[in-house]
Design a protein around this ligand. Structure first.
Ligand SMILES: [Ca+2]
Ligand SMILES: [Ca+2]
Ligand SMILES: [Ca+2]
Length: 328
């Protein structure tokens, strides 16, 4: 009877792995899964079988006793035989009642055991149903966790991609920052240089220097030898003028008897400028340089017919004004 109770079970993957692979499960299977031992099931079956056998035996004894009494009533022809038969009947009746009483007691015991087993089965089924509910709740929680895990993985992937993009942007911004910083440093340096030049220019102009791009010129008021004149220019952070082109030669037109930064002191006949550059563009007066009387330093002659060709070599100890040149 107990094995006829079938219980529906979950057909999910977990359910199949936990229980049998069928769509339904019997009470005996439940007992197996719930840990109910084989001996308990056998006891239940044995009790049921014994109860049936005892009922059959009791029925046979009752029928036999009744049949025997009927036979004795028909045989009333002898007193001794009847008394003997009565004694036997009495004895059999006592035995039958004793057997009946014992069987009745055993049957009651078996019924009691049966009822206890029924109650235990009910409790086990209740536990099974509770466990099934718990398992279903756990399955729901598990599914939720799987969904949350999937969402977290998706979020993690998105965040990783954003992190990579931010790192790339950060690297680009760092490069741009470095470039801007370098540009800023260059501009700052140029600004400082310009500020220094501007300060220097203001100072030079305030001191009577003449600005003519790309140089500043200072025409001395005093007269000195060529070397004293150069030392004076050097002390002011400049040097004697170097005529680099025709425009600078034109600048000299107003000035006469002034030293320029040209000499052949080191090597006679080899003229060079104070900055070390060799003489290429020449504006000598006609017949000059003639080294007449050891003339090694150049001046702007006041006697030249053509002011654009007025250079003349004279002794370096001569005393003249001088023109200093400084660069922006
Ligand atoms: Ca020059
Ligand atoms: Ca000379
Ligand atoms: Ca000369």
């Amino acid at each position: 009877m107990a094995e006829d109770i079938l219980v529906d079970v979950d057909n999910s993957e977990e359910g199949r792995s936990y229980w049998d692979q069928g769509d339904k499960i019997s009470t005996s299977k439940i007992f197996n899964k719930m840990g109910i031992g084989r001996h308990s099931k056998k006891g239940f079956k044995l009790a049921t079988a014994c109860l049936g056998v005892l009922c059959v035996i009791l029925l046979i004894v009752i029928i036999s006793h009744k049949s025997h009494n009927n036979c004795n009533n028909d045989n009333s022809d002898g007193t001794f035989q009847r008394l003997t038969a009565d004694n036997n009947v009495t004895h059999n009746t006592v035995q039958s009642e004793t057997i009946y009483s014992n069987l009745n007691k055993q049957m009651n015991l078996l019924l009691t055991s049966h009822n206890i087993l029924i109650q235990e089965k009910s409790l086990i089924l209740t536990r099974y149903n509770n466990l099934t509910d718990d398992r279903n709740l756990l399955q729901i929680s598990y599914n939720d966790l799987i969904l949350q895990k999937s969402q977290l993985n998706s979020n993690y992937t998105n965040l990783s991609r954003e992190k990579s993009d931010l790192q790339t942007s950060n690297a680009m911004l760092s490069d741009e920052k470095a470039q801007l910083q370098a540009s800023y440093n260059n501009l700052t340096r140029e600004r400082d240089n310009l500020q220094t030049l501007l300060t220097k220019l203001d100072s030079r102009l305030a001191d009577g220097w003449i600005a003519r791009k790309p140089s500043l010129y200072k025409v001395s008021s005093e007269k000195r030898s060529w070397q004293e004149s150069r030392d004076s220019c050097l002390n002011m952070g400049a040097d004697l003028i170097v005529v680099n082109d025709i425009e600078e030669q034109k600048f000299l037109l107003p000035y006469k008897n002034v030293w320029i930064g040209l000499s052949d002191t080191d090597n006679e006949g080899v003229w060079k400028w104070v900055d070390g550059t060799p003489l290429t563009i020449k504006y000598w007066a006609p017949g000059e340089p003639n080294n007449a009387g050891n003339e090694d330093c150049a001046e702007i002659s006041s006697n030249a017919a053509n002011p654009m060709k007025a250079w003349n070599d004279v002794p370096c100890y001569s005393s003249f004004q001088y023109i200093c040149e400084d660069h922006f």
